[in-house]
Write a protein that binds this ligand. Structure first.
Ligand SMILES: Nc1ncnc2c1ncn2[C@@H]1O[C@H](COP(=O)(O)OP(=O)(O)OP(=O)(O)O)[C@@H](O)[C@H]1O
Ligand code: SF4
Ligand SMILES: [Mg+2]
Length: 376
């Protein structure tokens, strides 16, 4: 196992007040994420906008300080690292962003952009070797050597993403977190960039966490897929298993939104339109966080007990396929049938404090008193 995240939480304080900055609540952006990534595999993380995917990816790299939880990378507990050791560790974990134009400094040539990270990690001392490395990187991402003297704006979106990938590769990382690597690109270019990610993975022996908001993007490159809803995983499985038998009602709804090119399958396809919007992560629903939109919600447990990601006893479903739903077995067997869900309007003031978080420092005000990093 290369990466092990255990119960990672990232809660952003909501501050109010003119004179004194009072913490009036928290955005529970990531709220109990546990996942493991094996060396050489591609883990696809999927969920709708705002569910906390990017925050989780950033927390893995300690670009965001986790409020709680542990991340172990290649046997090293990252939370114990500080200063220079943390900086050195970052070489092993790189990020590819959604919008290459905003993540690449427009005033720097491609050569300068690529050398920057290498220099920071002492990889440019031997000039000839550094230039050989630049040529290798460009060849790997399919750009001509002439690209070195150009600026990011001189390239198309797809080419810019190639530069973003070359930049991540430049320091010879082990893990790449690719956050929506193709969602800003034309559909015609998306497949090329996905294929490129696969090629360089093989060439450089990389491990990937690929983040996307729709299942179609991660389908072909992922070995395993995790589905995230309001800060935590609701289902995880080998990619083929997840697409063959989606078990969680939310996954089924996401799946029903992915068009299938086969017209016969398309006709039989289950369509679940989710009622309402994603609830605010500042006021997540009690119990199962999906209960406000779930067509299978039951009066017992769903509103009160938060389901854990667990193995299920369903024929043909392997132990690696886990789901966070109290009623996964009964839903899969058809014993429980979906019902209609009245859309609950998302309260525009939902980032108001939860009733249990009234005033900073008041007794019982913070539901996670030990969970914040020092100084927050
Ligand atoms: N620095 C921050 N301070 C306060 N809230 C934040 C901060 N960063 C993110 N959030 C909130 O945390 C939640 C999760 O955000 P995040 O960007 O991780 O979601 P996402 O799943 O990546 O969404 P998208 O698909 O839109 O990129 C959102 O409600 C967002 O508004
Ligand atoms: S636990 Fe209940 S509300 Fe949550 S997904 Fe399962 S059936 Fe739906
Ligand atoms: Mg994001």
């Amino acid at each position: 196992m290369l990466l092990d995240a255990q119960d990672v939480k990232v809660h952003f304080p909501i501050k109010r007040g003119v004179v004194f900055d009072r913490t009036v609540g928290y955005v529970y952006a990531v709220d109990g994420m546990s996942l493991q990534i094996n060396r050489g595999e591609t883990y696809g993380l999927v969920g709708e906008s705002g569910c906390g995917k990017s925050t989780f990816g950033r927390a893995l790299l300690r670009l965001e300080e986790p409020t709680a939880g542990a991340v172990t990378f290649d046997g090293t507990d990252l939370s114990s690292l500080k200063g220079e050791t943390l900086r050195k560790q970052r070489r092993n974990m790189q990020m590819v962003f959604q919008d290459p134009l905003s993540s690449l400094d427009p005033r720097q040539t491609v050569e300068a952009l690529l050398l920057e990270g290498m220099r920071a990690h002492g990889l440019t001392k031997d000039k000839a070797a550094a230039h050989a490395r630049l040529r290798e990187l460009l060849a790997a991402v399919g750009l001509p050597e002439a690209a070195l003297k150009k600026y990011p704006h001189e390239f198309s979106g797809g080419q810019r993403q190639r530069i973003g990938i070359a930049r991540a590769l430049s320091v010879d990382p082990q893990l790449i977190v690719a956050d929506e690597p193709v969602s800003a690109l034309d559909v015609s270019v998306q497949a090329q960039v996905i294929n490129l990610l696969e090629d360089v993975q093989e060439q450089f022996g990389l491990t990937y966490l690929v983040i996307a908001h729709d299942l179609a993007v991660v389908r072909h490159i992922s070995d395993r897929v995790g589905v995230m809803y309001l800060g935590a995983l609701v289902e995880e499985a080998d990619a083929d298993d997840l697409y063959a038998i989606p078990l969680h009602p939310y996954t089924r709804a996401l799946m029903s939104a992915v068009p299938i090119p086969d017209p016969q399958v398309e006709d039989r396809r289950e369509r679940i339109i989710l009622a309402g919007d994603l609830p605010s992560p500042a006021a997540p629903p009690s119990g199962c966080r999906f209960h406000t939109r779930c067509p299978w919600r039951q009066d017992t447990r769903c509103d009160t007990d938060r389901p854990e990601l667990r193995e299920v006893r369903i024929e043909g479903v392997p132990a690696s396929h886990r789901v966070a739903c109290h009623f996964a077995e009964q839903i899969a067997s058809g014993e429980l049938q979906p019902h209609s869900v009245a859309p609950t309007a998302v309260d525009p003031d939902a980032d108001q404090p939860r009733p249990d978080v009234i005033e900073d420092g008041a007794p019982g005000a913070d539901p996670y008193p030990d969970a914040r990093p020092p100084g927050v």
